[in-house]
Design a protein around this ligand. Structure first.
Ligand code: IPM
Ligand code: MG
Length: 360
């Protein structure tokens, strides 16, 4: 089967890191028999500049016709003050909603070679391997009504709605249990059921779904406690399943356990197996265009794309081993640099991964 990949570089460092990831895909096509077609499209601020919209209709149509989308990052100071409904981040939310990408998988994996890069003690994070399963198309990110209004007494009031229906909770819970079956078999569901009714239902439904997975253990945790436990003893976790907003926050927290947010990929998957793959870091406008950014999270997103949307497990492992090899060889971009290692540019890092890939 020839897969179709839509590449959306986006803004800031997006184009630079995506260029390296595309080089990796081309190397797999040229040297390892991967069969895919690549197309390009616009999203985010660069799409606003070109078309007036953060997600042009053409991009969504192309995305829906692809097996997978590879995205760089969106946003930047240039677009922070434009009208709220056309800000770059809205483009990202619109493509998640438009493709029905309800399940966001965010691994926090510590590479041996980077154990020293974490701000936590090495023994706390050694061998860390957590998978956060974040609900991505519901909750307070999408709930209506929402907005900023004027109240009767002349003050402004901002409001959002946290809403989850049973079906949304069921399907993300199913995903988490399935993921756990292929890992250590433990799910921790994170909520705020002591205060928020929407997550009281979350807890109930996750518990119901658990009965269909007797081989997986289920634990519930309040989000405040989960944040504390992630820093205190992160290795207690295997799979964490949580709401859209809690997952947003906890995944940034978990990424730092591994030393750099520049290392972590993510997959956002819909019910037909299509996916959008992106690094979890943002567009880093402060270093954009300087050939400094770490392309490894995007390259590792290619590995997830191969695994989850193209069913190319061997190719996925090849990419992951190549990244591992490059780190073992001591190459580092600035964000993961430590004494005794060699600092390289974005492009040099990409080239090193390709060299390692061709040796695998
Ligand atoms: C993420 C980002 C996005 C989110 C922003 C850019 C809308 O922080 O993917 O984690 O909040 O989901
Ligand atoms: Mg985030």
């Amino acid at each position: 089967m020839t897969g179709k990949i839509l590449v959306l570089p986006g803004d800031g460092i997006g184009p630079e890191i995506v260029t390296e990831a595309e080089k990796v895909i081309q190397a797999l096509i040229g040297r390892h028999g991967l069969k895919v077609e690549i197309e390009h499209g616009l999203i985010g601020g660069s799409a606003v500049d070109a078309t007036g919209k953060p997600l042009p209709d053409e991009t969504l149509e192309k995305a829906r016709a692809s097996n997978a989308v590879l995205l760089g990052a969106v946003g930047g100071p240039k677009w922070e003050t434009i009208e709220r409904t056309i800000r770059p981040e809205r483009g990202l939310l619109a493509i998640r909603a438009g493709m029905g990408l309800y399940a966001n998988l965010r691994p926090a994996l510590l590479y041996d070679a980077l154990a020293g890069a974490s701000t936590l003690k090495p023994e706390v994070v050694a061998d860390l391997d957590i998978m956060i399963v974040r609900e991505l198309t519901g909750g307070i990110y999408f709930g209506e009504p929402r907005g900023i209004r004027n109240t009767a007494n002349g003050h402004r009031e901002g409001y959002n709605t946290l809403v989850y229906n049973e079906t949304e909770i069921q399907r993300i819970a199913e995903m988490a249990f399935k993921v756990a079956q292929k890992r250590a078999g433990r799910v921790c569901s994170v909520d705020k059921a002591n205060v928020l009714e929407a997550t009281e239902l979350w807890r109930e439904v996750v518990t119901e779904v658990a009965s269909g997975y007797p081989d997986v253990s289920l634990q519930h945790m309040y989000v405040d406690n989960a944040a504390m436990q992630l820093v205190r003893d992160p290795k207690q976790f295997d799979v964490i399943v949580t709401t859209n907003m809690f997952g947003d926050i906890l995944s940034d927290l978990a990424s730092m356990l591994t030393g750099s947010i520049g290392m972590l990929p993510s997959a956002s998957i819909n019910q037909s197996g299509q996916g959008l793959y992106e690094p979890i870091h943002g567009s880093a406008p402060d270093i954009a265009g300087q050939n400094k950014a770490n392309p490894l999270a995007t390259i590792l997103s290619v590995a997830m794309l191969l695994r989850y949307s193209l069913n190319e497990e061997t190719q996925a492992r090849r990419v992951e081993s190549a990244v591992q090899q490059v780190l073992t060889n001591g190459l580092r971009t600035a964000d993961i640099y430590s004494k005794g290692t060699q600092i390289v540019s974005t492009a040099e890092m990409g080239d090193a991964v390709i060299t390692a890939l061709n040796e695998c």
